[in-house]
Design a protein around this ligand. Structure first.
Ligand SMILES: Cc1cc2nc3c(=O)[nH]c(=O)nc-3n(C[C@H](O)[C@H](O)[C@H](O)COP(=O)(O)OP(=O)(O)OC[C@H]3O[C@@H](n4cnc5c(N)ncnc54)[C@H](O)[C@@H]3O)c2cc1C
Ligand SMILES: *[C@@H]1O[C@H](CO)[C@@H](O)[C@H](O)[C@H]1NC(C)=O
Ligand SMILES: *[C@@H]1O[C@H](CO)[C@@H](O)[C@H](O)[C@H]1NC(C)=O
Ligand SMILES: *[C@@H]1O[C@H](CO)[C@@H](O)[C@H](O)[C@H]1NC(C)=O
Ligand SMILES: *[C@@H]1O[C@H](CO)[C@@H](O)[C@H](O)[C@H]1NC(C)=O
Length: 552
């Protein structure tokens, strides 16, 4: 998610950012994946085939992880990637102003990641992609509540001081501690070469996070001593901009993760370039503009996958798209396991404008007043029991810098479509180009979500099971993490291997064990992996050896 780096940069200086991953010993069974209707692919008689559905973060990285295993252990497997649209990246994609590729690429979906996103960070290095800073423009930030911009700040120490005065020193510090603690726990997942989860039910006990998912973000932060005002004004702005959701609705994890956002970066030219590189590296066969229609088990334990290109038999299938949006028909025994989870319907409007400022009149300011170029929103009136408080017409507006001389790009998130007239008023008649996209962006995050399975059955796995539940951090990177877990499971199930060689599934610690050991999770992982007294005792998330899977 986009996790308000500016806001958090000013308020929580210490929080690291979080805007939030093969050898086969021997050959698989020689059961073959015969081609039954695809004239486009060579008939395989001795090679196992795996299908990946979706060429977004999840699907492209799944192909990459399989390729790693292939290269390490010589697994004889071929991978086909099916993608309904005509591009790689899914919810990670760019547009160019005027569709002119000489002008800068603007992210239409996922825009930022941070150093804690270990896989993306490492991939950018390995593929020689250029990271660009997202905080290049030191714009002022304001928070709008539908009636007034009640809070405005820039990056100076004085502004920060004023904020601390408003909220008290305690709130930001307390929030920082909470978020930092949860983050380092979460990052353990990148490292454990042993933990595999084939059910999302394994994870909350592992982290000791059962309660976080049962309560709202408001209850969560309140129960941990964060002040009401800070919750209403600041945390709320962050959850709204990141998840488009109100703090009384989003669960505790969602709220906590939103508060971690700093050091944001993106890939020059577009984050999707990482996923294009994953696929290129994997040498998987990519079928763009190919929709998967149905998947059916065969009597020999394989699956028949029917797409707009015909039917092909696969040893295993990785579904890397939100199931209920994929319109794939599965046998009832499989589909019934996946709870229908609502996604946030988000309107993204990207435009260019020659207006250096937003219209002050819209915000009730006098002519000539400068409106902050980054506006977040809060609904503290509603939260405080006044339902008549007007609803802001947008969730966030952000100037993103110049695309060419005297012409800025701006991104707006909103619940509803913004009309041309609305834009014209906001940018004082100076809109030069507009692109609108309505996304099913990310799962809603209410407390007590039902949990989808990771492995639907032998040989069929669901990457996006990670989203609704761990959507507390549903990001590009967590999808690569989920894909890594799944590839590991798949290879263990079918090839007696893993991304880094064979590994047994370990049972995560029990609820009691985990909750009594909440903080020390990282240390527990350390302990299990490092028993050498010459190694450092404690480490932090910046340590490079979290990149399990890239190196083993
Ligand atoms: C506006 C917006 C802002 C965001 N901001 C951030 C951010 O700043 N940082 C961050 O890390 N994350 C962010 N996210 C979330 C991030 O985009 C997602 O978590 C991630 O991209 C999901 O990747 P995925 O591969 O799981 O799914 P997707 O990217 O949705 O990929 C699924 C693919 O499957 C294809 N598909 C679906 N059905 C079929 C079918 N039947 N046959 C063939 N193909 C099919 C789809 O076309 C799609 O390409 C944002 C999302 C949005 C929408
Ligand atoms: C695209 O943008 C470049 C750089 O501003 C410009 O020189 C060029 O004329 C534009 N191309 C078109 C087709 O408008
Ligand atoms: C990245 O650049 C380095 C140094 O220039 C080079 O050795 C390496 O092969 C490049 N890697 C890729 C994937 O292009
Ligand atoms: C969370 O809610 C579930 C379902 O209501 C309940 O069974 C469980 O005990 C709760 N867990 C905690 C830690 O509150
Ligand atoms: C500790 O390090 C030494 C020297 O590098 C090595 O010989 C030994 O095997 C290591 N022990 C463990 C448990 O890894």
């Amino acid at each position: 998610m986009r996790c308000t780096p500016l806001l958090l940069g000013a308020l929580i200086p210490g929080v690291f950012g979080f805007e939030l991953p093969f050898g086969v010993s021997r050959l698989f069974s020689s059961k073959t994946a015969a081609q039954t209707g695809n004239g486009n692919k060579p008939a395989a008689t001795t090679t196992s085939r795996i299908a990946i559905i979706g060429a977004g973060a999840g699907g492209s990285s799944a192909a990459f992880w399989i390729a790693k295993a292939k290269e390490r252990f010589g697994i004889d497997v071929e991978v086909d990637v099916y993608e309904r649209s005509d591009y790689i990246g899914g919810r990670t994609t760019v547009v160019h102003p005027y569709n002119n590729k000489s002008l800068p690429a603007l992210e239409l979906g996922a825009s930022i990641f941070v150093k804690a996103h270990k896989h993306l960070w490492r991939a950018a290095d390995d593929f020689n992609l250029t990271r660009r800073s997202f905080n290049e423009n030191d714009y002022d930030t304001g928070i709008w509540n539908g009636e007034q911009i009640f809070l405005q700040f820039g990056g100076s120490w004085w502004d920060t001081a004023k904020l601390l005065w408003r909220y008290g020193l305690f709130a930001p510090k307390r929030t920082e501690e909470i978020v930092r603690g949860m983050m380092s726990q979460f990052l353990g997942l990148y490292k454990t070469s042993t933990l595999k989860w084939d059910s999302m039910l394994d994870l909350p006990p592992y982290f000791g996070w059962q309660e976080h998912l049962n309560i709202t973000a408001r209850e969560f932060f309140k129960g941990r001593g964060v002040g009401e005002r800070y919750i209403n004004e600041v945390i709320q702005a962050a959850t709204r901009v990141n998840y488009g959701q109100n703090i009384n609705y989003i669960n505790g994890l969602g709220g906590a993760v939103c508060m971690a956002g700093m050091g944001a970066t993106g890939i020059k030219g577009g984050n999707y370039l990482i996923f294009a590189k994953f696929l290129e590296y994997s040498k998987a066969k990519l079928h763009l503009k190919t929709t998967v229609k149905s998947i059916n088990p065969t009597s020999s334990g394989t699956y028949n996958l029917k797409s707009t290109r015909g039917t092909t038999e696969y040893k295993a299938i990785i579904l890397a798209a939100p199931y209920h949006q994929s319109q794939i028909s599965l046998p009832p025994g499989l589909s019934s396991q996946i709870p229908k989870h609502p996604y946030v319907n988000l309107h993204v409007t990207i435009l260019t404008t020659t207006s250096p400022d937003l219209n002050p009149a819209y915000f009730g300011l006098s002519k000539g007043s400068k409106v902050p170029k980054v506006l977040l929103t809060a609904r503290e009136g509603v939260d405080l029991g006044n339902p008549n408080t007007p609803k802001p017409e947008f969730t966030s507006i952000t100037y993103h810098g110049l695309v060419q001389e005297n012409e800025w790009s701006v991104k707006i998130f909103s619940d509803d479509r913004l009309s041309d007239e609305w834009l014209d008023n906001m940018f004082q008649g100076q809109v030069t180009w507009v692109h609108r996209k309505e996304w099913q962006a990310y799962p809603t995050l209410p407390p007590q979500v039902p949990l989808p399975p990771v492995k639907l059955d032998k040989g069929i796995y669901y990457v996006n099971s990670f989203e609704p539940y761990v959507s507390f951090i549903s990001t590009m990177d967590t999808e690569t993490l989920s894909a890594r877990n799944i590839v590991d499971l798949l290879l263990n199930d079918h090839f007696d291997s893993g991304i880094c060689g064979p590994t047994a599934k370990t049972t995560p610690p029990s609820i009691n064990e985990a909750s009594s050991a909440q903080q020390p999770l990282i240390e527990r992982i350390e302990a299990s992996h490092i028993s050498n007294s010459t190694t450092r005792k404690s480490r932090n998330v910046d340590d490079e050896d979290f990149v399990y899977g890239f190196d083993c």
